[in-house]
Ligand binder design. Structure first.
Ligand code: ADP
Ligand code: UVW
Ligand code: MG
Length: 396
């Protein structure tokens, strides 16, 4: 019977999971799946590592953040892999606040502390923590481990970590944290395997998914990122506005008489690609649409992403390597191509034929910057951290 770890990745647009065998030095995937709560009858789908269907079940009605479906996942695992195989559940927790620079075994107190960070990640934190509460209720003896999106950026230092507001707020934790760290950590590791000569260089990883952010890395460590105190800052996202004049928020409250809750809802749920296009938050839908508003939303997305690459390159003092990842970064060649074109002045050249291929190195031979597409795997990062933690030798 293998030692296994169940990994949950609750993102803003999906809940994914993976079951990993952690008996060997490197975790290996046993099965993966998706909890789809968007349908009238929530659905659990489990596939083998090659993507072949293993199991599917539906519930009659939606429940709180897939609670019953999490119990179904446990039942499936115990049925398939034996009752005592599961050593821990590892969770992607989006906000770790100022205290966590690495993974931590969850207690009720820590979970409550993380719940208190909900105002700083209202789209994510409740979705990440709901399964923690569910598992604690149905399997109180099970070890649960939090792995934070913020931890990879814990080394951010001034001036990159600061806002230009009075220092007393920084002392209270109002600073740039950064997110998508589990993804950046995985991709940085893959880059050092694929192109070890670039590992010590100046790299930007563009995680372009439903949420989107850039990370500037030197020597494989984060030195700047586009998200800040919250995952609202930076790039244009599916339904989030990204960087915005803070005066807009004051205007909306003072002149549009919007409440704090209404402004929050507007910026997290009704803005970004969805708000600008008025059509969809989904990049696939926008790229396939003939509507002008769809094209304008896509244009704004690539305009702001390219601007942000130049900004991160300034932090790095130049650029050796740009990596695309996330649902859009991995699959939307049009978006990679448009960002590359906007950065031609920096010497970036994307090779059209390589860009059409799904992954790998995509720069032309005349490019001043190496450009890659590397699929992310946040679940693998979590599995590695959990395996190290349960073996009692965790290093961050
Ligand atoms: N083939 C594709 N072409 C363009 N966009 C795609 C493609 N596949 C996925 N995407 C986009 O990726 C985004 C979702 O990214 P993903 O990283 O899966 O999301 P999440 O942040 O929820 O993990 C959506 O905007 C989706 O349209
Ligand atoms: C932090 C964040 O934006 O995550 P996601 O991409 O899953 O929305
Ligand atoms: Mg994601």
């Amino acid at each position: 019977m293998p030692d296994t770890v169940l990994v949950l990745n609750s993102g803003s647009s999906s809940i994914k999971f993976g079951l990993f065998d952690v008996s060997a030095a490197e975790p290996s995937l046993l099965c993966k799946g998706l909890l789809d709560e968007h349908e009238a009858r929530p659905r659990l789908v489990v596939k083998d590592p090659a993507g072949e269907d293993l199991f599917e079940t539906r519930r009659d009605a939606p429940d709180a953040a897939g609670g019953h479906l999490f119990a179904d996942v446990l039942a499936f695992i115990e049925d398939r892999f034996g009752e005592r195989s599961l050593r821990a559940v590892g969770h992607r927790i989006v906000h770790g606040g100022p205290d966590y620079s690495g993974p931590v075994a969850l207690t009720d107190d820590i979970t409550a502390k993380l719940e208190a960070l909900t105002p700083l990640a209202p789209l994510h934190q409740p979705r990440c923590l709901a399964p923690v509460r569910t598992f604690a209720a149905i399997r109180p003896e099970l070890t649960q481990i939090a792995c934070f999106d913020t931890a990879f950026h814990h080394c951010l230092a001034p001036p990159a970590s600061r806002f230009a507001i009075p220092g007393r707020f920084e002392a209270r934790g109002v600073r740039r944290y950064g997110f998508h760290g589990l993804s950046f950590e995985y991709v940085a590791g893959r880059l050092s395997e694929i192109a070890p000569e670039l590992a010590a260089g100046r790299t930007i990883i563009a995680h372009l998914g439903n949420g989107a952010s850039l990370c500037a890395l030197r020597d494989g460590r984060s030195i700047d990122t586009t998200m800040g105190l919250t995952p609202l800052d930076g790039l244009v996202m599916g339904t989030r506005c990204g960087t915005i004049d803070p005066g807009v928020l004051l205007y909306l409250q003072q002149h549009e008489n919007m409440s704090v809750e209404e402004v929050q809802h507007l910026l997290y749920h009704e803005s970004g690609l969805f708000g600008v296009s008025g059509i969809s938050a989904d990049m696939r839908t926008l790229l396939a649409s003939g509507e002008i508003a769809a094209r304008e939303a896509v244009d704004l997305f690539t305009f702001r992403a390219a601007q942000a690459v130049a900004m991160m390159a300034t932090t790095l003092g130049g650029l050796d390597c740009l990596v695309f990842t996330g649902g859009i970064g991995e699959h939307a060649k049009e978006i990679r191509g448009a960002i590359g074109e906007r950065l031609a002045w920096m010497g970036l050249r994307i090779d059209a034929a390589s860009n059409d291929a799904v992954r790998g190195r995509i720069n032309g031979s005349d490019s001043a910057v190496e450009i890659f597409v590397i699929p992310t795997n946040e679940e693998m990062t979590i599995a590695r951290h959990c395996a190290a933690l349960i073996r009692g030798r965790h290093v961050t």
